[in-house]
Design a protein around this ligand. Structure first.
Ligand code: MN
Ligand code: MN
Length: 466
């Protein structure tokens, strides 16, 4: 046997394998992705940008559909925080769907419901962080304020301050090193406490004799002038503090992108791009964009909610002239195949000790497939079936999709989960497949443009050929 090379498993860097046309595609896609993520600073804004692009590409709101024919492109939005895009297949829904499912919420800092206070010449906002942030990373950086306020008169107001270059930003202070002796002695995880993430929103007093309220009053006057808000409106608001600033290229070769919220908007973007370019698939193609993944997928917009299976029921009813059949719904779900499209932890050369190198996602070596997530003995894992992975492997290898399998990190080092295990409850095949990220959950994370491109190619191949 001469060709021993064939016996070994080897990984490649995408950049060394793709041709010039694909290399151009890597940079073009990176540029479009930056536009997407800059427009998608919150889950609501992500859904709006997804719907905007969907409509631009001929997708129609399901509420405006009379019938679903092969090739019909439509979308559904749940409470402004989830979206589902579909391209109807030649086969009926009960034969199963090809689903790519991501999430559009990212770790951030939410305002409390009664957030505003003044102290020692400053006006501040009390917060409660959302998702797994490392709190020390969110101090002393420029921050933006986004969200939705429901006023007493029922008016719904969009708030967005901090990303326009003429906007002010917001700020959470940290101690000066000169006075940080006690803080320096604390564990990193305790050095900045949740109740210390107070955001400065103002520093000038109103012209008032009431010392106890004049700083607050000034902020309230400005908010009232801009949004018609009064203080009680905070109670009925969802206001989020996110890093201010746009995405940027990283490195002198511009091979990477730094942005807030790659987890998981980079997978949302790549699946969106793939489904927007899809025509006449065999099986109905679904791009699913979920909320609340970072806090356990609960609530009416989290993946534990029934919104997706309710939608599938609706599609079956439309396909069958208004006659809903539960058996068909159950078959549709169980016959489906899904890529849970969430980011993977990239192998960081500065912190290799947390990864097991042979089973870690290397930056630039392709879309990462994670057979199982979970922690401490695969606990909580959706451990995908070898038969399903085998089918994907053949398809990807035949189609020039460069992929690598990965684990989050070393066994017993930690762990995490995605929406994979929730969808697997319907008895569908699900495996995690997404973009490797460095500094996951930091205010700014980084990805390789080559991996973003290859993830898009993987989803496109899945929709077209699986
Ligand atoms: Mn994620
Ligand atoms: Mn995450």
């Amino acid at each position: 046997m001469e060709n021993n090379d064939k016996l070994f498993y080897r990984k490649n860097f995408i950049w060394n394998v793709i041709n010039d046309e694909e290399k151009q595609g890597v940079f073009d896609l990176g540029d479009d992705y930056k536009k997407f993520i800059d427009a998608s600073k919150t889950e609501r804004l992500s859904i709006r940008e997804i719907v905007r692009r969907a409509e631009e590409n001929g997708f129609v709101n399901i509420e405006d559909l009379q019938e679903i024919k092969p090739g019909t492109k439509y979308y559904y939005v749940n409470k402004g925080k989830d979206a589902v895009l579909a391209v109807a297949g030649n086969e009926r829904l009960e034969n199963g769907m090809n689903i790519v499912g991501s999430h559009v919420d990212s770790p951030r800092i939410d305002l409390k419901q009664n957030p505003l206070y003044q102290e020692h010449g400053l006006t501040l906002l009390k917060t409660h962080y959302y998702g797994g942030i490392r709190k020390y990373q969110w101090v002393a950086i420029p921050l933006a304020l986004y969200g939705t306020v429901v006023r007493e008169d029922g008016e719904i107001i969009d708030v967005a301050i901090g990303d326009d270059e003429n906007d002010p930003v917001f700020y959470i202070t940290d101690l000066l090193p000169h006075l940080a002796k006690d803080q320096n002695d604390k564990k990193l995880s305790d050095a900045i406490e949740g109740e210390s993430l107070n955001v400065i929103i103002g520093s000038l007093p109103a012209d008032s004799n009431d010392e106890g309220t004049k700083f607050k009053l000034n902020v309230l006057k400005l908010l009232n002038g801009k949004y018609g808000m009064i203080e009680e409106d905070f109670q009925t608001a969802e206001l989020e503090i996110v890093p201010a600033g746009k995405s940027r290229d990283v490195g002198i070769d511009r091979g990477m992108i730094m942005a807030y919220g790659h987890d998981d908007r980079v997978c949302a973007y790549t699946s969106l791009k793939a489904i927007l370019e899809l025509n006449n698939p065999e099986k109905t193609a679904i791009a699913l964009f979920a909320d609340k993944e970072e806090v356990g997928s609960n609530g009416s917009t989290g993946m534990h909610s029934l919104f997706f299976s309710n939608l599938a029921a609706e599609i079956i009813a439309i396909e069958n002239n208004g006659n809903y059949c539960e058996r068909k719904l159950k078959k549709a779900m169980a016959n489906s195949s899904m890529l849970s499209s969430d980011v993977a932890a990239g192998l960081d050369p500065t912190y290799p000790q947390v990864s097991e190198k042979q089973n870690a996602a290397v930056m630039g070596q392709g879309v990462a497939m994670i057979k199982y997530t979970g922690s401490k003995g695969k606990s909580g894992a959706n451990d995908a079936n070898a038969e399903y992975i085998g089918k994907l492997r053949r398809l990807f290898n035949d189609s020039g999709v460069i992929w690598q399998s990965a684990e989050l990190g070393k066994v017993d080092q930690g762990g995490g989960g995605t929406i994979a295990y929730i969808m697997a409850n319907y008895n569908m095949d699900v495996v995690d497949l997404g973009v490797p990220v460095l500094s996951m959950h930091a205010p700014f994370e980084i990805v390789s443009k080559t991996d973003v491109y290859m993830t898009y190619k993987a989803y496109k191949t899945f929709y077209n050929k699986f």
